[in-house]
Design a protein around this ligand. Structure first.
Ligand SMILES: [Mn+2]
Length: 482
């Protein structure tokens, strides 16, 4: 029977082998405040360890008697760290023989010996070269990110008396707004004034709720001369004029985005565009962390909400970085406000649009295509698509609507074999702007001469047919069932 350990006792570790690896493990444990006992077969080594205040025992780990003398039950774990595989094997055998319950972590020299050490009873096995390789990768990432934080700071700090204009994509969503707020906070931290600008409308009732509840300070770009800003930044979009209301060819200084785009099309002093995160809010959270900038409740709540909406509550297009950003933000979040944001009232227009979408739905296998007619609120389209994707047996949804001068297309997908962003780009890029991710995509096609047609219902019919056709051709399906 194992003796119960007193909780107040400091955890104690037994390290076998005081070569460079074993020694460093022991030192790391000591530095972390644990008690460590080291065993080594080399007398001189033991002496020098004792000189360095280690508790060191002279002994041969191939000798079973050694483990009978050591009170193994006192240790939290035994770390078998010598480079001699035969010695390690016999030590594991002896330890498990004397005290089967003790946790044993062993060092292997290659993948083959890893298997063998596990078979002999090691609870975990470490391969130093593998650990080192992982660490190097981690270190590279960290270093690169530290450098880019420094570059971002420099670009912002060059603004002396002017203002940084932070441009969100049109009809900004929570991710865009939160990212704008975060970049503004970063600028202010370095003594630079910033303003957040947006085009389109803030239609989605959830987005309006965010503006109200978190008191987001946004300025409509239409009323502003963007030339009055000393520098401009784009967040959650990357190219002037594409999905945002900046005139194309407007020089921008900072671009931070997570939508996949050919980086050679982007020009700015500072560019951070990556698609291995689910939200731009995640990227901005990392910068706040790296720059040691305090995150208050409002900003944390906004960023958390941005990450949650873009990843559909960590279910869609989510990456490890999104989880770690969320973990960082979590203690600062105002949960009450976050709850209010995630369950706001539905506007009647949205309800009508969802109703239309359900009524007009047509199916082709697991693909659902529908039209909603005229929409003022583009986000209603998105909500209709999200809603319909929940239907049983449906994996892909295309919702088509029209505004005054554009055909609006919104697509959602949970078929892992299909990249909806690519499909939508293939279908519409030559006649409008189109793009997105594997799970979500959108397109806008100018109505052109059709914009003058009075009978919008008739127009919708003609448009819907050809828009749907192009989509199905891009997916590889020819005709839709009536
Ligand atoms: Mn986003």
């Amino acid at each position: 029977m194992a003796k119960k350990k007193k909780l107040s006792e400091k955890p104690k570790y037994l390290v076998l082998g005081a070569g460079s690896f074993g020694f460093n493990v022991a030192k790391e444990l000591m530095d972390s405040g644990f008690d460590v006992v080291i065993v080594d077969v080399d007398e001189k080594r033991i002496e020098s360890l004792r000189d360095q205040n280690f508790e060191a025992i002279l002994g041969d780990i191939k000798d079973e008697k050694l483990f009978k003398e050591l009170k193994l039950s006192e240790y939290r774990a035994v770390l078998v760290m010598t480079p001699d595989m035969e010695a390690n094997k016999s030590a594991i055998r002896a330890i498990k023989n004397v005290y089967p319950d003790v946790v044993v972590i062993a060092r292997a020299s290659n993948p083959a010996s890893e298997e063998e050490l596990r078979r002999l009873g090691a609870d975990d096995v470490v391969l130093p070269p593998v650990i080192l390789a992982k660490y190097v990768l981690h270190a590279i990432e960290k270093t690169i990110f530290r450098k880019s934080s420094e570059e971002l700071r420099e670009v912002i700090s060059e603004i002396k008396n002017g203002i940084l204009g932070i441009v969100l994509h049109d009809n900004p969503d929570p991710d865009a707004m939160a990212s704008g707020m975060a970049l503004k906070r970063i600028a202010e931290h370095f003594g630079v004034k910033a303003e957040i600008l947006y085009g389109g409308t803030i239609g989605h009732q959830e987005n309006r709720a965010m503006v109200n509840l978190l008191d987001v300070d946004l300025k409509p770009i239409s009323k502003i001369d963007v030339k009055s800003y000393e520098k401009l930044a784009l967040v959650d979009c990357s190219i002037p004029g594409r999905y945002n209301s900046l005139p194309s060819n407007t020089p921008v200084s900072i671009v931070i985005d997570h939508h996949p785009v050919e980086t050679e099309n982007i020009s700015a002093e500072f560019i951070d565009v990556r698609s291995d995160v689910g939200a731009t809010s995640t990227i901005l959270t990392k910068y706040l962390q790296e720059m040691n900038i305090p995150v208050d409740k409002t900003l944390a709540t906004a960023l958390m909400y941005g990450i949650r909406t873009d990843t559909n509550n960590f279910r869609r297009n989510v990456f490890p970085a999104d989880f770690s950003a969320a973990a960082f933000l979590h203690p600062f979040v105002n949960q009450e406000i976050l709850d209010q944001l995630t369950s706001p009232d539905i506007s009647t227009e949205t309800l009508d649009v969802i109703g239309e979408a359900i009524k007009n739905r047509k199916l082709k296998g697991s693909i659902l295509i529908t039209t909603v007619g005229m929409v003022r609120d583009r986000d209603a389209l998105t909500q209709a698509a999200d809603y319909l994707l929940r239907l049983e047996g449906i994996t892909t949804v295309l919702v088509i609507g029209i505004s005054e001068e554009k055909i609006l297309v919104c697509a959602r997908n949970r078929d892992i074999r299909l990249n909806i962003g690519e499909v939508v780009a293939r279908a519409y890029a030559d006649i409008g702007s189109a793009g997105g991710h594997a799970h979500a995509a959108a397109a806008e096609i100018p109505l052109g001469i059709f914009g003058d047609v009075r009978d919008k219902e008739m127009l919708m019919k003609i448009i819907a047919e050809s828009v749907a056709k192009r989509f199905l051709a891009a997916v590889g399906v020819e005709k839709i069932e009536e």
